[in-house]
Write a protein that binds this ligand. Structure first.
Ligand code: FES
Ligand code: FES
Length: 241
């Protein structure tokens, strides 16, 4: 039985991606995000609590947003957020080579900013808890669970979503490989799988299928298309975009 990325959670589907206890490369996020994941994994902190803590404890200070006026214009309340509304703040995000200006509450995740504010719905919301990888995007070329990072923390960074992979009508080689190998069934996990595969291909993993399975272990496929996904990643990883 394969282990899921979360402690104590077993993935019983045949062929699921196995996560070893000491991965060679963190599958998602930087040190701060891994700390956040650890905090969530201990079962004592909910994502919403973490997000609130991050905003109060560091994100606002780090980004200088505390000096913004409390009456900034924008939506009164972001979708899915509990509690009283928080004053929106203006942001500029570099997404797929284009700058986007938006105003969101500082507690809004990158995933919600992409989907709800910018209409970039290719990144999927599966668990909204950092467990499934459906929301994977690249930030500065590295894989990140966009449901586990705040939009305000991503200003000035180059963000790539599934919408930014193709060049006009020419699909990215990893997209072509997923098509060629039937690397999907319902397709819900597919954008996250492809984005993770692109990031994985840039990381110093070995060449075996076991390396692919371990390197892709943060991405869950409820349809169990793992053998096809492995084949797609194996074939697509060596091809230049
Ligand atoms: S929606 Fe982000 S990891 Fe599941
Ligand atoms: S193809 Fe359906 S969840 Fe992966």
């Amino acid at each position: 039985m394969a282990r899921s990325p979360l402690k104590g959670v077993e993935d019983s589907r045949p062929g699921g991606f196995a996560c070893m206890s000491d991965p060679k490369q963190p599958p998602h996020g930087d040190g701060a995000e891994r700390e956040a994941l650890s905090a969530l994994d201990d079962g004592k902190t909910t994502r919403r609590e973490f997000v609130g803590t991050a905003v109060v404890g560091g994100a606002l200070l780090a980004t200088g947003l505390l000096s913004l006026p409390a009456n900034a214009k924008g939506s009164a309340k972001a979708p899915g957020l509990e509690g009283p509304p928080v004053a929106p703040v203006p942001l500029r995000l570099q997404i797929n080579g284009k700058e986007h200006a938006l105003e969101v509450e500082p507690r809004v995740t990158l995933l919600d900013a992409l989907r709800e504010n910018l209409g970039l719905t290719g990144s999927k919301k599966g668990c909204d808890l950092g467990q499934c990888g459906a929301c994977t995007v690249l930030v500065e070329g590295r894989r990140v669970n966009s449901c586990l990072t705040l939009a305000v923390m991503q200003q000035g960074k180059q963000i790539t979503t599934i919408e930014g992979l193709a060049q006009g009508d020419a699909l990215h080689p990893m997209q072509q490989s997923f098509l060629a190998h039937d690397g999907f069934q319902c397709g819900y996990c597919t954008p996250g799988q492809i984005m993770s595969a692109v990031g994985f291909s840039r990381e110093p993993w070995g060449q075996t299928d076991a390396d692919i399975r371990e390197g892709m272990c943060g991405n869950i496929c409820r349809c169990g298309a793992y053998p096809h996904i492995v084949a797609a990643v194996r074939d697509g990883r060596g091809k230049k975009a």
